[in-house]
Design a protein around this ligand. Structure first.
Ligand code: GLY
Ligand code: MN
Ligand code: MN
Length: 442
């Protein structure tokens, strides 16, 4: 697995620098961050850095210099017996070249001294300002120095360009290895969602479901959830980024679960909404069927060559029509849509890219127009409806309902593939699972 990843990282570096033959790239790793006192957050590598290096240690810096030797330079934490006893193994300078393929590697504390030399003849520097304060400061010194010496030397940094302009376009289209990782993340996530669909009972707490989900993720090799798991029951489901996850589950309410595993640093992002009891109420069911219809139509719009905006447009068509027929909004569906009245109940967009980051990189709009889908792109399709509990103008049985249904969709040569289809979402399937589990539990 690692050999394959490192081979791919080498190919990606080659493809990246082929697009910028006179510049240099400076890509920093993530840092360990303090959670409180002397406890740190679990370390998670920066996605750009990982994509290009396959190297998972904090603080490192990758320098790519097309056309100049050494071309690929890594600054890494040096071997240190004492530090490794406390904090874990380090690859060190030697492994950085031998295993990770750098042409040259140095200890991190040499960065300040070596970077000016490495960037000496660079004109365009690909570097994302504003993400790494310490490196920003080092570079500021170098850029100012180049401004001073450039007239005499005839070379030096004249522009600093966001590497995302090239790198994120590469990350947007997933290669077969990445798709395998995303399938593994989907498998772990599906297992978690299936378990809560089967085992949720009234009287449990939202955190019980969170624990079940994350147990299933973890035992399938996920290092962590890809983002903070959302388990919102009752009106908590109308809070889009609800994270408290500590209310008791009440029979008669719905529970919305938005959770996905991260495997090999690739994210999965699934939402399901189901009754705490075994059946939907008629109003819950009506609203759920509407969101499901919107999602089904939106997924059908994911086709190579179609616009990124197509799934959102289809979802809005269905939702606006449905909100009017359910009496939740007044006027014609067209007017509701044009005036944006639906935003009272549907306030987010339908899709985002998915990959190393849950809201993954890549442009949604290119030259003023919605981008076209191409094979290898992965996106979520996640329409929802959120009826605030305080909305007195809405019929009482609809108040406080929050419903979202989210799947991950791979664009293929011939259409699309739903990577997360194994978690049921049809009303009958959900009620059968909920009913069966209620019976088997009693
Ligand atoms: N869980 C974040 C999202 O659905 O976009
Ligand atoms: Mn999402
Ligand atoms: Mn989600």
């Amino acid at each position: 697995m690692r050999e394959r990843l490192l081979q791919l990282a080498a190919e990606r570096r080659a493809r990246l620098v082929a697009q910028a033959s006179t510049g240099a790239f400076l890509i920093p790793a993530a840092h360990v961050r303090v959670r409180n006192a002397d406890s740190d957050y679990a370390f998670r590598q920066d996605s750009d850095f990982y994509y290009l290096t396959g190297f998972e240690e904090p603080d490192a810096v990758c320098v790519l210099r097309p056309g100049q030797e050494p071309r690929y330079v890594l600054f890494v934490r040096p071997k240190d017996r004492e530090a490794e006893i406390w904090g874990g193994r380090r690859a060190g300078v030697e492994q950085a070249t031998e295993t990770y393929g750098a042409d040259a590697a140095y200890a991190l504390d040499e960065l300040g001294q070596r970077l000016p030399e490495l960037l000496r003849d660079v004109d365009v520097l690909y570097y994302a300002w504003g993400r790494d304060e310490k490196l920003d400061r080092e570079l500021e010194k170098i850029v100012i120095e180049h401004r001073r010496t450039r007239p005499r030397r005839g070379r030096g940094i004249v522009s600093v360009v966001d590497p995302g302009t090239l790198l994120h376009e590469m990350r947007l289209v997933k290669d077969p290895y990445e798709i395998e990782c995303m399938r593994a993340a989907a498998a772990a996530s599906v297992a978690g969602h299936l378990r809560v669909l089967r085992e949720t009972r009234p009287g449990m707490h939202e955190y019980t479901l969170e624990a079940m989900l994350e147990y299933e993720f973890r035992v399938r090799g996920a290092r962590a959830p890809a983002y903070g798991s959302i388990v919102g029951s009752g009106a908590n489901a109308t809070i889009l980024h609800y994270r408290d996850n500590r209310a008791p589950l009440v029979e008669g309410e719905l529970v919305l679960i938005d959770a996905g595993a991260e495997v090999e640093l690739y994210a999965c992002d699934i939402t399901r909404t189901f009754p705490v009891a075994s059946r939907f109420t008629p109003e819950q069911r009506a609203l759920y069927e509407l969101v499901l219809a919107a999602q089904t139509q939106a997924i059908a719009a994911v086709q190579p060559g179609a616009a990124f905006s197509a799934p959102h447009d289809r979802a809005l068509d269905v939702l606006c029509e449905g909100l009017v027929s359910l009496g939740l909004l007044e006027g014609s569906a067209e007017r509701v849509r044009e005036a944006g009245d639906y935003r009272r109940f549907y306030m987010h967009r339908t899709s985002h890219w998915l990959g190393l980051d849950v809201h993954d990189v890549g442009l949604y709009t290119v030259e003023g127009a919605s981008r076209s889908f191409a094979p290898g792109m992965v996106l979520t399709v996640e329409p929802g409806l959120y009826i605030g509990a305080e909305l007195e103008e809405v019929a009482a049985p609809f108040r406080g309902l929050g419903i979202r249904i989210e799947d991950d969709v791979l664009v293929t040569e011939s259409g699309h593939e739903v990577l997360t289809h194994e978690v049921p979402k049809a009303v009958e399937e959900i009620e059968a699972l909920r009913g069966a589990s209620a019976v088997s539990a009693s």
